[in-house]
Design a protein around this ligand. Sequence first.
Ligand code: G1P
Ligand code: ZN
Length: 544
Amino acid sequence: MTVIQVPTTPFADQRPGTSGLRKKVQVFQQPHYLENFVQSLFDIRPDLAGGTLVLGGDGRYYNREAVQIILRLAAANGVARVLLGAGALLSTPAASHLIRKYRAQGGIVLSASHNPGGPEGDFGIKFNVANGGPAPEAVTEALHARSREIDRYLTLDGPDIDIDHLGTTNLGEMEIQVLDPVRDYADLMETLFDFEAIQQLFHSGLFSMRFDAMHAVTGPYAREILEGRLRAEPGTVINGEPLPDFGGHHPDPNLKHAADLVALTKGPDAVSFAAASDGDGDRNMILGRNCFVTPSDSLAVLAANAHHAPGYAGGVVGVARSMPTSQAVDRVAEQLGVECYETPTGWKFFGNLLDAGRITLCGEESFGTGSNHVREKDGLWAVLFWLNLLAAKRQPVLDLLHDHWRRFGRNYYTRHDYEAIDADAAQGLMEHLRAHLAELPGRTLGGRTLTYADDFAYRDPVDGSESARQGIRLGFEDGARIVYRLSGTGTEGATLRVYLEVYERDPKRLFLDTAEVMAPLVDIARDLAEIEQRTGRAAPDVIT
Ligand code: G1P
Ligand code: ZN
């Protein structure tokens, strides 16, 4: 097999966003498009030559083809060994674990997360570094810069390799180990949680569960762990077959896209516990009978009860949440007497805190929760953590949540998304808010007084790196907040996210309807930002 040098010209749109490079499938299918990006990666990471690379994806359309292309480029660029998930599958957290466990120089995960798949859907590619976490901004910026000047890529003229059978093959000089994508990850979960107690819960006759894999990557993981190792009833995992188009749905575990699962938690035959994960297995949604646990609350509950899980028996050393995530976990940290860090949106900002041993748990309002066990958020891990708590407490989810609110107060929370709006209108809206920040503090709106208004900037306490313009924060005297930011993961126009939070600790006001509690704040948020005038949208597309 010979190495071929293929001349190419740069694409102008290869800047990675919040979570890797995400585009329509057709964009990735253009000649040289994927090759350019991957070669740019090899060019800026010379340590990959002679090193080990982890590779896999979420099973979406173009995953298998892309893996073959990447294998050829890797071989031509001198990678010594690739650890490939069989069937080209690897969940994002499983990839993170493999990188760490086998001391790889990095990993490539092919995924557009929760975005729809299929030939008309989205595709994506993410690079993770040696700690198992998403590439930090310095790396993604260098990658982007390189992609703008690339003029050749290296590949091999070799055949496609068998990516479905376990074992070792060679491509040129490079060794490819096709691994069971599930085993190492499932082994790790067994070290963190009390599998015996969870088994007993499943066999108590008082507990039923459904896990919705949404036809995405977690199907095989959930089957092996829940129905295999934990002996949950067969049928506990639904939509467990990964499909290239996710069965035509958004593999996004939220109230809108997992509505069928939500329905199973209501009515006389309601299950006790339900959960779902997304395309690449890093997100989670937690539901109980007649109960939805907001991701912000989930993080707070896990932090307050972590000691029930064997892997966290020593307690938590600190916690972190992304800026728009509700401040529920802040209250827990305060009571535990540990630090709570507020970081910009995106998992990569937790990496340094985890590596430095400053935090044990972290999470985002966008259905992401995780810990120091890997360097990505982890959907099934969160589900197992909840199962461990439910096994230890033998309480319905709703009771557990109510107890939590009685103890810490409740952070009512909601997020409004305006999707695919005009990009200029979105920028204009943010600029308008920025221009008025200075005059907002002290003003009273809808009976609430604003105490601060800023454009969130973050200085990483570990390496001192700075990230500015991370979203507009408006904070009120009573703990309520409005946050505005533009999505960094969308593939069409711009997406405006408005995050709203109200804090209540009055015992009589803990169990109200979220939409009612939020209504006054929703009006303020809409008027201040002139959402309708500027975007033409009278209502959000998605409310979570
Ligand atoms: C979204 C979420 C963010 C998450 C990211 C990747 O990013 O809001 O919390 O880290 O997806 O899963 P956004 O589209 O808001 O930039
Ligand atoms: Zn994801």
